[in-house]
Ligand binder design. Structure first.
Ligand code: GDP
Length: 367
């Protein structure tokens, strides 16, 4: 007998019949089904209906590096293009701590109160490690993230700045087709990413802080030249006087800058994102800018320039990636690097050899 305790002659401790344990899986809950694959048309229809979950999935496809995903993404973008372009695209930059998230939260609410719908995107190529959370984390925009008319998406993570920027630009197209008529593109004001953002927005807002009197130091002249508006945040409490002083210094500095291509004179405004003071003044400036550039035709001109720029950028990026991912090129490049370092060949003839090798491979592929 396997279990002696079940024998009636057994005198030892009896094993009580236990209570059957509950099934681990709740039988009333429907089994979770895998999300059905969407076709290109499903994506496009969902986006045009303003379905946020479909939009989110489409953006994930845009961000994916898998070739199959990219193929669908490109078709979806192509079909959404005719419905895009009708938004105000606003770039927002400032160093960490300038108050970007606080400000975007209140600027965003302002836009929603006026009846708009808002998508907040970000470009932060450095966010690979944290998977986009430094810039796009929804908890940073607490109020806005609870609004149904706001779509917040962190920066696409990983990849070159060019690649990340292209994905953000493509996401703009999808968001516009989904009916978002205001797009904010946020970037951290410390590097090259401003140029990328500048090349995809209509208005570029630079958030500054009043510092210790030498505000103009440490601000890259290039970034100031790109700005259509400079706003000094944290103009509250003890800081009001300093913020006002900083504003007048910025105004004087701008005076010395060459005219902007739009001929719009960038304005300097103080506000407080945290205490929600002066938000309407900032927005009034942005409204005036859009009226102005639409009237002068600069709005259209700039958008056309940007479209051309992005075509060339995309070609550049794809050529580069094809070139460097060609196995023959990779192998030869390694050899040539050694030769150049050992002074056995000049950089120029080595480059020519590698390029010749690439073109040979291309010709072979075409045969
Ligand atoms: P970000 O790094 O540019 O996104 O900056 P945050 O929005 O996270 O703000 C950085 C810090 O500045 C936070 O502690 C905010 O509470 C504070 N802050 C932001 N805006 C204001 C403001 O208008 N006034 C004051 N006094 N503090 C602010």
């Amino acid at each position: 007998m396997e279990h002696p305790e079940n024998d009636s002659a057994y005198k030892g401790l009896q094993v009580n019949t236990g209570v059957g344990s509950q099934p681990i899986v709740n039988p009333y809950r429907k089994a979770r089904r895998a999300r059905p694959q969407l076709s290109v048309n499903d994506y496009v229809e969902g986006i045009l209906k303003g379905d946020v979950s479909v939009l989110g999935r489409a953006v994930t496809l845009v961000e994916s590096t898998a070739e199959a995903h990219q193929a669908i993404a490109q078709e979806v973008i192509e079909k959404c293009l005719p419905y895009s372009g009708k938004s105000r695209r606003i770039g927002i930059t400032g160093v960490p701590g300038a108050g970007k998230s606080t400000s975007i939260d209140v600027f965003g609410l302002h836009v929603l109160r006026q009846g708009g719908r808002l998508a907040v995107l970000a470009i932060d190529p450095s966010s690979e490690r944290t998977h986009g959370s430094i810039l796009g984390d929804k908890t940073r925009m607490e109020k806005l993230s609870q609004e149904k008319d706001a779509f917040i998406r962190p920066s696409p993570s990983a990849g070159s700045l060019g690649g990340v920027a292209r994905k953000t630009r493509e996401t703009i197209v999808l968001c516009e087709a989904a009916g978002y008529d205001n797009i904010f593109v946020e970037t951290v004001g410390v590097g090259q990413s401003e140029t990328a953002v500048h090349s995809m927005v209509d208005f570029f807002l630079l958030i500054q802080l009043a510092g210790t009197g030498d505000e103009l130091q440490g601000i890259k002249r290039g970034i100031m030249e790109m700005a259509d508006g400079i706003v000094i945040n944290k103009c509250d409490g003890d800081n009001v006087e300093r913020a006002k002083l900083a504003a007048s210094q910025f105004r004087n500095a701008l005076f010395l800058f060459p005219p902007t291509p739009s001929k719009w004179k960038p304005e300097v405004i103080t506000y407080s994102g945290y205490y929600e003071l002066g938000i309407d003044l900032v927005w009034d400036m942005i409204d005036r800018y859009f009226d102005y550039v639409k009237q002068t035709g600069y709005f259209e001109r700039k958008r056309n320039e940007q479209a051309k720029y992005w075509m060339i950028e995309t070609i550049d990026e794809q050529l580069r990636s094809h070139f460097y991912n060609t196995p023959e090129v990779k192998a030869l490049l390694e050899q040539k690097e050694m030769r150049v370092l050992n002074n056995e060949q000049s950089s120029f003839t080595a480059a020519k050899d590698v390029l010749d090798c690439y073109f040979r491979v291309l010709r072979e592929e075409m045969k």
